[in-house]
Design a protein around this ligand. Structure first.
Ligand code: NAI
Ligand code: MG
Length: 353
C-alpha cells in the first residue's frame, strides 16, 4: 500500500465547498482501487483565521507543512473581510515562494460535451509551463517624484538557473506527450531579457534532439491559442506570459471552474502545491453552484505527481464521463449542483472499477 500525507487547505469561499467535495471523491477512489492511501490533515488557514489571529497562517505555518508529500489548496480571498494583497500574499504566495515552487503547470484541453467559446474547435490538448519564481513579477524597482513628474520602474529578473529549469521541465513533459515545445518570447521588442530567454531555449533544446520546437512572439502566440490551439503541445513561458496564456487556455475550455494548476517544487526540498485556477468566487458561495471539476482535476494532477498514475487516469475518465453525460454546473451550461456532480463522479467510480 502506497501511503501519502497531504496537507489540505480549503481556504475561503467556494474553496470550503469544492475541497471537501474533492476529498469525498478521493476517498471513494482510494476505497475502490485499494492500493494507495492519502492521509489528510486539514488546516483552517483562511480569511476567517486571519480575523481571529491577525495572520493568514501561523508564524511557523511553512514548517508545519514541510513534511507533507503535497499541499492541496482550494482558494484564498474574501475581499469583504481582508484586502486581497494581505490574504493572497499571507498564504498562497507565501507557500509558493517559501517552498520554492518554481514551476506552474496548467493544462487546457477540449472535452467531449463541453461548449468551447471557439466556434469550431479542433481537438486541442496543451500544457503551459510557466516560470513561477521571477521574471516580470519581481520586487525590484521603485517609484520616484510625484504628481505629473511621477515615474515607476519595475525591473524584470531572469536568471539562467530558473529559465533553464522551466525549459527542462517543459522538454521532459513533451517527451511524454506529443514531442513539441513552443517557447513564448518577445525578443523583437524586449531587447535584453527576451534574447537571453531565446539563447537559453536554444541551448536547452540541443539536449532534446527528438523534440520539435518553435519560438513564437507572445502576441502571435496569444492569437494562435485562439485560432489554432490544436497545434500546441507544451508551451513554456515567463511568469507574466505564462499567466496570460493560461487564462486564455482556461477560457478555451469553457469555464474557469474546470481549470487546474500545479505549483511544482523541482529541487525536492519542499512539497508541491495543487490548486485550481479559480478563486474563492464569493458571488456564488453557499449556493451549490460551485463547479467541483477544477478541484477534482487538480486532485488528478496531484495523484499523477505522487506517481499514482492508475488512480489519476481513473479520475480523469470519471471527469470526462460526467461532462459527456451533461452532469455539469451552471458555469458550463448545465443545471447540476455541486453535490450532483460529485455524486455522479462517485457513481462512475464505484460502478466502473
Ligand atoms: P474567481 O475565480 O473567484 O471568480 C471569477 C468568476 O468565475 C466569478 O463569476 C465566479 O463565480 C466564477 N467561478 C470561479 N470559480 C468557479 C467555479 N468553481 N464554479 C463556478 N463558477 C466559478 O475570481 P475573482 O472573483 O476575481 O476573485 C474572488 C476572490 O478570489 C478574490 O479574493 C481573489 O483575490 C481570490 N482569488 C484567489 C485565487 C487563488 O486562491 N489562487 C485565484 C484568483 C482569485
Ligand atoms: Mg492569472
Amino acid at each position: 500500500m502506497n501511503t501519502y500525507t497531504i496537507a489540505s487547505i480549503a481556504g475561503d469561499g467556494i474553496g470550503k465547498e469544492v475541497v471537501p467535495a474533492a476529498w469525498r471523491v478521493l476517498k471513494t477512489l482510494e476505497r475502490v482501487q485499494g492500493d494507495f492511501e492519502l492521509r489528510v490533515t486539514d488546516f483552517p488557514w483562511s480569511c476567517d483565521y486571519y480575523l481571529e489571529h491577525g495572520r493568514m497562517m501561523p508564524e511557523d505555518g511553512l514548517s508545519q507543512l514541510e513534511a507533507f508529500d503535497a499541499v492541496f489548496l482550494g482558494a484564498v480571498g474574501n475581499p469583504s473581510l481582508v484586502p486581497d494583497h494581505i490574504s493572497l500574499w499571507g498564504l498562497l504566495i507565501n507557500i509558493r515562494r517559501g517552498f520554492e515552487q518554481q514551476i506552474n503547470v496548467r493544462p487546457s484541453r477540449q472535452f467531449e460535451g463541453l461548449t468551447s467559446p471557439l466556434a469550431n474547435p479542433n481537438q486541442f490538448n496543451l500544457m503551459v509551463v510557466r516560470e513561477n519564481s521571477e521574471g516580470e513579477y519581481s520586487e525590484v524597482g521603485g517609484r520616484m517624484y510625484s504628481g505629473e513628474d511621477e515615474i515607476a520602474i519595475q525591473n524584470n529578473v531572469f536568471s539562467k538557473k530558473a529559465v533553464k529549469a522551466a525549459m527542462d521541465y517543459a522538454f521532459q513533459m513533451a517527451e511524454a506527450r506529443k514531442g513539441h515545445v513552443t517557447s513564448a518570447t518577445k525578443s523583437n521588442g524586449i531587447v535584453f531579457s527576451m534574447p537571453f530567454w531565446d539563447e537559453v531555449f536554444n541551448e536547452v533544446k540541443e539536449r532534446y534532439p527528438e523534440i520539435g520546437t518553435k519560438a513564437e512572439h507572445i502576441d502571435a502566440l496569444a492569437a494562435a491559442f485562439v485560432t489554432k490551439p490544436e497545434k500546441m503541445d507544451v508551451v513554456v513561458g515567463s511568469n507574466l506570459f505564462g499567466d496570460i496564456l493560461t487564462d486564455i487556455g482556461a477560457a478555451l475550455m469553457g469555464s474557469i471552474g474546470i481549470a487546474p494548476a500545479a505549483n511544482i517544487n523541482i529541487n525536492g526540498k519542499y512539497p508541491s502545491m495543487f490548486e485550481p485556477v479559480h478563486g474563492s468566487a464569493p458571488d456564488i458561495e453557499g449556493q451549490g453552484l460551485a463547479n467541483p471539476l477544477g478541484q477534482l482535476w487538480t486532485a488528478q494532477m496531484m495523484l499523477e505527481h505522487l506517481g499514482e498514475n492508475k488512480a489519476a487516469q481513473t479520475l480523469m475518465n470519471a471527469i470526462e464521463h460526467v461532462i459527456k453525460d451533461g452532469i455539469v454546473t451552471k458555469d458550463l451550461g448545465g443545471n447540476a449542483s455541486t453535490e450532483e456532480v460529485v455524486k455522479a463522479v462517485e457513481e462512475y467510480l464505484t460502478s466502473e472499477i
